[in-house]
Design a protein around this ligand. Sequence first.
Ligand SMILES: Cc1cc2nc3c(=O)[nH]c(=O)nc-3n(C[C@H](O)[C@H](O)[C@H](O)COP(=O)(O)OP(=O)(O)OC[C@H]3O[C@@H](n4cnc5c(N)ncnc54)[C@H](O)[C@@H]3O)c2cc1C
Length: 435
Amino acid sequence: MPTVLIVGGGASGALMARHLWERAGGAVRAVAVEPGESFGLGIAYATPEDGHLLNVRAEAMGGFPDRVADFADWLRATGRGDDPKAFVSRRIYGDYLRSLAEPPLAAGALTVVRGLCVGLTETADGVVARLADGTEIFADRAVLATGNEAPAAGAAAESGWSRGAPPAPEATVLIVGAGLTMVDRVISLAAAGHRGRIVAVSRRGLLPRPHAVPAAPPAPLDPPLGRPVSETLAWLRREIARLGDWRAAVDGLRPHFHTLWRAWSADERRRFVRHLRPYWDVHRHRAAPAALAAVERARAEGRLQVLAARIAAVRAEGSGVAVRLRRRGAAAAAEIAADRVVDCTGAALDPARSSNPLLAALLAAGLARPDPTGLGLEVGDLGALVAADGRVSERIFALGPPARAGFWEITAIAEIRAQAAALAARLTAAGSAAP
Ligand SMILES: Cc1cc2nc3c(=O)[nH]c(=O)nc-3n(C[C@H](O)[C@H](O)[C@H](O)COP(=O)(O)OP(=O)(O)OC[C@H]3O[C@@H](n4cnc5c(N)ncnc54)[C@H](O)[C@@H]3O)c2cc1C
């Protein structure tokens, strides 16, 4: 039976497994490899905290591009909620993702192997995965659903995605980054009874914008393709002025984003990430109003300070660290003594510096190469890996975050479910997973 190997059991792995099942039923076998205990949760949905909310309304979080209301329907059917407009906790979304994997698991069409994939080779008629314990898995094709790379752990900082013991209630916590992961962390600290000072630092000090209540529909847009980033931005500004609603314009751009991205040269893509990304992220990846309200509460109570600053130096001091900050526009640097530093800067992008043994092995074997932008692996259509010699793989595909360099906006459920559905169609074409 044709077999598809899925490396990684987060949201992408679960969606891939379900879409293969939707397409082929039991005619294609999926084998998923995941080192963690749970299948389907990954970084985003393993949180046990109810205060960690989805940043998208339930009605848009379904696992299927042609049934986006599926999650809201599941909430109602399972008695977990009946408001499709709600921003539900990510823990509950994790239950939904696990439920998506249940039919193929129960039918024996999906097998989950607990392990870490450390190598993948292509043979004349398939792929062979090697796990850390020496196990080999043979398959026809492979999907890398290895997810977001946590930033390299610094000596002084913990990852914003980690779930270590909370700091002492009076501890000073420095959060590097002011995006959605910072919002999560402020909520976690409050839930743990933290009363100390929190300082969130990012270069521009921008906070995620809130969703509108009620939601407004995206505007139909026709963006110019292959134009410099500066011209595209000028066009977007005109559209925002014309519509009188930035959310409608940003959301209207979303369906065109992949075409826009792929029409830009590597230089323009880099330019977008260097100059526009902070602004794009806070407008495009908006926060649930209740989550932002918790942040505003902490600011109003003087517990949280958000600074636009660069970190100039960090040195150990006592049991904590002393951090030198250069605030935007300030002549002199300031110093903050922090008991804990939390890195909420988001995923590390450069695969050449990845700590994931599989990515390192693929690069070393020449089966993958870094994208010229330095933003991830180079991928072709549907996330097919591009090898060191430029050959586009027929057998190995990156799904979701590892395909970021090729599409940029590919890390949210809306894009992952669309890519998983399209990949499932390709991998099961003519009822066969073989090329
Ligand atoms: C905190 C947070 C909140 C988010 N909130 C939302 C939201 O509200 N709405 C939305 O649409 N999107 C949201 N997203 C974005 C999106 O849902 C995630 O990017 C998505 O969950 C990615 O899932 P993934 O499976 O690709 O990656 P991950 O969650 O990173 O999972 C990857 C899995 O692969 C495994 N793995 C990695 N390497 C190997 C290997 N070598 N061998 C075997 N297994 C391996 C890991 O153990 C891990 O379990 C959020 C993201 C984050 C981080």
